[in-house]
Design a protein around this ligand. Structure first.
Ligand code: PMT
Length: 350
């Protein structure tokens, strides 16, 4: 008999419309997964960025969250460097692997460029102070090495078709696409890895209560007498819980894959218990816990064996910051390889 949990998930998919992009994304995923399956290459489905919760069907306003997709975009690069093909299910317009180095507002790509030969602007622009006959755009000398390295990795990923970019915006489009991808990836068996770094909304407005058009402030009823500003008018948003999909993913959509989820908290005293609770509840392989304030410096791996903190090293003068994903991803891959080994030797435990 179906559990309450399963019923609410089924109801969710029956009552929310699939995204219009689903057929196109299914076709793209299908050929990408087949390609890498035939090459015996491991594939990671990496989710990244925050899901939105629209307040109107023709959406003007929506609820969002803080995630810019840094964890996801950075991790994708490290998975690619370790020989994985990456399905990158990301929030539209959030950070992408490789271009992330130049697309943030504090790292505008234009600051990396200069006009070749323009005197006084950038003495590094041309070749040995040479004047260009016609102005050209070049990368400033001090950035060339780093940009060349990013460019080469980017081109390799593109030329070898190692990176599939699939965007989502709403929590519903995320969930439909996640389900589709998980089912498509079943053919990969335990070579498939799920790395769920997206910040997924826990609440949403169900279609039955969603306004079709932009909510008009004039239509909001007055709730006089509570002393608030705005003439007693308040927009009260009534949200339903989004069913937890991790259980369905682990048990039905991707029963043989390795599944890694992230757990975000803001209160340090809750982090470990919440990670353990998630592991107990969903019985997947690994929870990576992080705090909003320290997520770029430390994370904790929680699995059935116990816990392990991963921290970036303290920097000495002149040392470059270490991206924590350069430590997280190899550690996850080690666990994936160990799992593959165990399963090859007939051990069916997670
Ligand atoms: O983008 P950055 O700025 O780099 O930030 C990275 C990050 C902090 C967003 C990332 O490291 C992270 O922690 N992501 C997970 C945040 C989150 O959504 O946690 P949660 O407690 O809401 O969900 C925990 C797990 O439950 C997730 O794996 C999620 O996929 C799953 N879930 C969530 C909601 C839902 N309805 N069903 C689910 O199954």
């Amino acid at each position: 008999m179906a559990t309450t949990h399963e019923l609410s998930e089924t109801h969710y998919f029956e009552t929310n419309p699939p995204p219009s992009t689903l057929p196109e994304h299914t076709a793209l995923a299908n050929s990408f997964i087949k390609l890498h399956h035939s090459a015996s290459r491991p594939v990671v489905l990496l989710t990244s960025g925050g899901t939105t919760v629209p307040l109107e069907n023709q959406t003007v306003r929506f609820i969002d969250n803080f995630s810019a997709g840094t964890r996801g975009a950075t991790s994708a690069e490290y998975f690619l460097s370790q020989g994985y093909a990456v399905v990158f299910l990301h929030r539209q317009f959030s950070l992408l692997p490789f271009s992330r180095h130049y697309s943030h507002s504090t790292n505008c790509f234009l600051d990396f460029l200069s006009e070749w030969g323009r005197i006084g602007e950038d003495d590094e622009g041309g070749k040995d102070g040479e004047q260009a006959a016609t102005p050209d755009v070049v990368v400033k000398a001090r950035y060339r090495q780093q940009m060349l390295s990013v460019l080469r990795k980017y081109r390799k990923a593109k030329e070898q078709n190692l990176l599939l970019l699939l965007p989502f915006t709403t929590v519903t489009s995320y969930l439909f696409t996640l389900k589709m991808l998980a089912c498509q990836m079943q053919c990969l068996g335990n070579e498939a890895l799920f790395y769920l770094a997206a910040a997924v909304s826990d609440f949403f407005v169900p279609p039955s209560r969603m306004a079709e058009h932009k909510i008009q402030s004039g239509d909001i009823p007055s709730t006089d007498g509570d002393g608030s500003t705005g003439g007693g008018k308040k927009l009260v948003v009534d949200l339903d819980p989004v069913p937890k999909f991790l259980k369905r993913l682990v048990e039905q959509w991707a029963p043989r894959a390795m599944i890694v989820s992230f757990k975000l908290e803001t209160d340090p005293s809750m982090l470990l218990s919440k990670c353990r609770q998630s592991l107990d509840r969903y019985s997947h392989h690994l929870v990576i816990g992080n705090l909003l304030s320290t997520r770029k410096r430390e994370v904790v791996f929680v699995d059935r064996k116990g816990l392990e903190w991963i921290r970036t090293p303290e920097l000495r003068d002149g040392e470059e910051e270490v991206e924590i994903e350069s430590l997280i991803v190899p550690a996850v891959i080690r666990k994936h390889q160990e799992l593959l080994q165990r399963q090859r030797s007939g051990d069916t435990n997670r």
